[in-house]
Design a protein around this ligand. Structure first.
Ligand code: KIV
Ligand code: ZN
Length: 521
């Protein structure tokens, strides 16, 4: 145990909705982003980076929506060091209780020469003038020196000195390409802090990628080197190998605060629920042995371990599952469970829904309980996800049937209802039940998106488990996720496909043209 007076408070800057969402396969629709934002607020992050407003009208709108709803933490928007980006950031954050404009510019020789085609002096001047411009509209401005870990440290100090003089309250040292080694990175942070003119007027942040699997180690080393703020994402999602994982950093600080002499204000009991939500909306699963939130993170298989844990959990557990929000509630929910028990379990799972969603989810719970003896926490999460984070339904499943066997191909019949009330029915042949049904759906909607991912799994064990299907479809270089859950795997596949189609229809509009272009940084 450590005396609280010696513990530094580290600021958690979450970028799941920006750097995380930017990663291949991790895109979220605006409703899903809002759902994640609400959950991050409940988790207790200090700052959430809600997006990159100038990257597309859709991103701008979604940052605007989040900024208007989130009250208990700062909402940041990422901008390049150009006025039109900062104007978009200003517009998107206009209604935030606590807005932050985050501007970035690369400082490494390779980025300055080949990407920016700018001299070092030009970079210094551009960084300072962007901070000055942002500062006119926003008191809280952060400046990031992209690729700082491969930059000349003295040059970073010079750029930071000018950015701070222009009004930056936070300066960020990104290891953009995940190149740094922990000892080296900790020392770099200390050096930059000690040699930046005006350092005492700013907070120092780090933002680390995981290309060598060192993002968390580097972030912790940076804290030991004096970093005040850590930028990270839920489940470590992000560009390439991802960003530093929020849950791992936060729990390392909580469990080893005696050693690291630092902690955060995160409510760790919200970690698991937030991780599950991000998995559900992105369709990107975490590996079973992932620290903190993986399925096996608290599982003890070896007999000798089980024996130890039964005698005293601390023999093999350095933190409890409950401390990260994994419920060990053994009370089973089933068809005799009433509304009270159901609402209690939602509360325990850290799930809050509005009255209308509660009605829908409770009715679906009762339906499911009729089919399955025991309804698990995972089943409940799946029901809530299905009801909450969805886009308006252009198409609704009305009826389906498949005919399949080993000799002949499969035929699928589908009847869909359009939002205008029309019903469309079609039969198609295919290489299997799913192929035939998806072909029939494509014929009805008159589009042929590419099926990039089709993944099916069981929510819990046992043959009465619900099947959970994730699909990712692509058209015009855009991608949409869909998720479907049912006790019938064909039906869960159809639901997932229709969910993805609805996300596509919603974004493309009636004409089927892309109306929201997304470009990377
Ligand atoms: O990785 C990076 O350098 C970034 C910056 C924009 C902070 O994401
Ligand atoms: Zn990044």
């Amino acid at each position: 145990m450590t005396n609280n007076e010696n513990i530094r408070r580290i600021t958690i800057f979450d970028t799941t909705l920006r750097d995380g969402e930017q990663a291949p396969g991790c895109s979220m629709n605006p409703q899903e982003k809002l759902e994640v934002a609400r959950r991050l607020e409940k988790l207790g992050v200090d700052i959430m980076e809600a997006g990159f407003p100038a990257s597309s009208p859709g991103d701008l709108e979604s940052v605007k929506t989040i900024a208007g709803v989130i009250k208990n933490c700062t909402v940041a928007g990422l901008c390049r060091c150009v006025e039109k980006d900062i104007d978009a950031g200003r517009e998107a954050l206009a209604h935030a209780v606590s807005p932050r404009i985050h501007v970035f510019l690369a400082t490494s020789p390779i980025h300055m020469e080949y990407k920016l085609k700018m001299t070092a002096d030009q970079v210094v001047e551009r960084a300072a003038s962007a901070v000055r411009y942002a500062k006119k509209f926003c008191a809280d401005v952060e400046f990031s020196a992209e690729d700082a870990s491969r930059s000349d440290p003295d040059f970073v100090c010079r750029v930071f000195g000018e950015a701070i003089a222009a009004g930056a309250a936070t300066v960020n040292i990104p290891d953009t390409v995940g190149y740094a080694m922990p000892g080296e990175f900790g020392a770099l942070v200390r050096y930059i802090r000690e040699h930046t003119p005006g350092a005492e007027q700013a907070k120092f942040s780090v933002h680390v990628h995981n290309d060598l699997g060192l993002a968390v180690a580097n972030s912790l080393a940076a804290i030991q080197g004096g970093a005040d703020q850590i930028e990270c994402t839920i489940n470590g999602i992000g560009e390439r190998a991802g960003n530093a994982s929020l849950e791992e950093i936060v729990m390392a600080l909580r469990v080893r605060r005696d050693h690291l002499k630092a902690d955060t204000r995160i409510d760790t009991t919200q970690i698991y629920g937030t991780s599950r939500l991000v998995t559900q909306v992105t369709g990107v699963k975490v590996q079973p042995n992932k620290a903190i939130v993986g399925d096996n993170a608290f599982a003890h298989e070896a007999g000798i371990h089980q024996h130890g844990v039964l005698a005293n959990r601390a023999t093999y557990e350095i933190m409890t599952p409950e401390s990260v929000g994994i419920s060990k509630n053994q009370m089973v929910l089933g068809k005799h469970s009433g509304r009270h028990a159901f609402e209690d379990r939602l509360r325990e799972l850290g799930i809050s829904v509005d009255a209308q969603t509660l009605e829908t989810v409770f009715a679906e719970f009762k339906n499911l309980a009729d089919k399955k003896k025991v309804v698990s926490d995972r089943d409940i999460e799946a029901l809530v996800m299905g009801a909450a984070a969805s886009v308006p339904e252009t198409w609704k499943l009305d009826h389906w049937a498949v005919n399949t066997g080993s000799a002949l191909g499969a035929s699928g019949t589908i009847r869909l209802k359009h939002k205008n009330g029309d019903t469309h029915k079609l039969v198609a042949m295919g290489d299997g039940p799913i192929d035939s049904i998806f072909k029939a759906i494509n014929k009805i909607i008159g589009k042929e998106p590419e099926l990039e991912l089709y993944e099916i799994g069981a929510i819990t064990g046992g043959s009465s488990s619900q099947g959970e299907t994730m699909v990712k479809i692509a058209m015009h270089d855009r991608r949409w996720n869909g998720r479907g859950v049912s006790t019938d795997v064909v039906e869960s596949s159809i639901k997932a496909y229709i969910a993805a189609i609805n996300a596509m229809e919603w974004e493309l509009g009636e004409k089927g043209e892309v109306n929201r272009e997304k470009w990377g940084k």
